[in-house]
Design a protein around this ligand. Structure first.
Ligand SMILES: *Cc1c(COP(=O)(O)O)cnc(C)c1O
Length: 377
């Protein structure tokens, strides 16, 4: 079935007999048993809830996976993932990760005895693998520098060595990129972003490729308890109905805005994976069917960056991304504030860098807004 159709109809299983076209919100923490030792399939909502199950099965269909588990936020999903590992285990991760993921690794997982190495390309990842390596975690494109990692090339390295390949697919979504089909074992999402798509709900997803991983992660999820609520599950299901058309629109508008930015005197560099001069353009064209709505760019000086942040009107100066409203952030002070200064600078995250999540507003209104804000200094 086409991805547009899966987005609209989601999981086809029916949960009630009224003919409701939209899945009901099953606001029940617990479920009565028909008899001793019997179950309707639902017992207690921390383990499973029909609305959440509908969402999970929809994501599974979109990602082409075996099973999905929905969490209360993207970070709750990453935290659950970390419970797969034990003290002494080693993980190789993208060196340009979402700031919160990096903070979890460096302030929580390391304290619990896990070891991390960071790498940029598939060659670098291969070089950092040790006998203790249990997983490779990549984000592609990465946040905020828009580096692209060749998923298939990394899968060749991990599959040979029995190492889990985990891909954060938040930025491109299954509409444009399906990491499991490229050899990944687990796909991670902050559903807060494009999947929900309306800047109104937090959520996180883990989609796995086989029953063994599904069983281990379901056990962790029900035991640690970071499950998504029925109401929030409903909001994400509702968001996904328009995911495919939203992604097309984000993609089209972002490409035009990225090109426009490259022509502005005060803009020094534009990081958008859909620009032909992006160093990984060829890899993007091979492994994804679109480029998404995320653009980072550097301006001539700190004053211009601040002027843009303080003078945009249509675009909101706020963290997060992937929603209907365009958002602009200052990675230096927001998403990546917890990164040590030397590491931040080595990655190009400085006082001139801005990250723009292109929303669904008219392209001209976004451009006029940027132009006015840039010239307000
Ligand atoms: C936002 C984000 C996360 C964390 O998700 P939350 O829903 O905010 O907890 C993880 N990875 C990426 C790429 C993100 O953008």
């Amino acid at each position: 079935m086409d991805i547009n159709t899966i987005c609209v109809h989601g999981c086809v299983k029916k949960y009630d007999t009224t003919g409701a076209v939209s899945v009901p919100i099953f606001a029940s923490s617990t479920f009565a048993h028909p008899g001793v030792g019997q179950s309707t399939g639902f017992d207690y909502s921390r383990s499973q809830n029909p609305t959440k199950e509908h969402l999970e099965q929809t994501i599974t269909a979109l990602e082409g996976g075996f099973e999905t588990i929905a969490f209360s936020s993207g970070m709750a999903a990453v935290s659950a993932l970390m419970e797969l590992f034990s003290p002494g285990d080693h993980i190789v991760a993208s060196d340009d990760l979402y700031g919160g993921t990096f903070r979890l690794f460096s302030h929580v997982s390391e304290k619990n005895g896990m070891k991390f190495s960071y790498a940029a390309s598939s060659d670098e990842i291969a070089a950092k693998i040790t006998p203790a390596t249990k997983a490779i975690i990549i984000e592609t494109p990465s946040n905020p520098m828009m580096n692209v990692v060749d998923i298939e090339a990394v899968a060749k390295i991990s599959n040979n060595k029995n190492i889990l390949l985990i891909v954060d697919n938040t930025f491109l979504t299954p509409v444009f990129q399906r990491p499991l089909s490229l050899g990944a074992d687990i796909v991670l999402h902050s559903g807060t972003k494009y999947l929900g798509g309306h800047n109104d709900t937090l959520s996180g997803m883990l989609t796995v490729k086989n029953s063994e991983l599904a069983e281990r992660l379901r056990f962790i999820a029900k035991t640690t308890g970071g499950c998504l609520s029925p109401f929030d599950s409903f909001l994400i299901i509702r968001g996904i109905k328009t995911l495919a058309i939203r992604m097309e629109c984000h993609n089209k508008t972002a490409l035009h805005i990225a090109k426009w930015l490259t022509e502005q005197k005060k803009v020094k560099k534009v990081y958008y994976i859909g620009l032909k001069d992006h160093p990984d353009y060829a890899i993007s064209c091979r492994q994804a069917s679109g480029f998404g709505g995320m653009i980072s760019f550097t301006v001539d000086c700190e004053e211009t960056a601040k002027s843009i942040l303080e003078n945009v009107k249509v675009i909101k100066y706020a963290e997060s991304l992937g929603g209907t409203e365009s958002l602009i952030t200052y990675p230096l002070l927001q998403t990546h504030a917890d990164l040590p200064k030397h590491e931040r600078e080595a990655r190009g995250i400085n006082e001139c860098l801005l990250r723009l999540s292109v929303g669904l507003e008219a392209e001209n209104d976004i451009i006029e807004d940027l132009k006015h804000a840039m010239d307000s200094r």
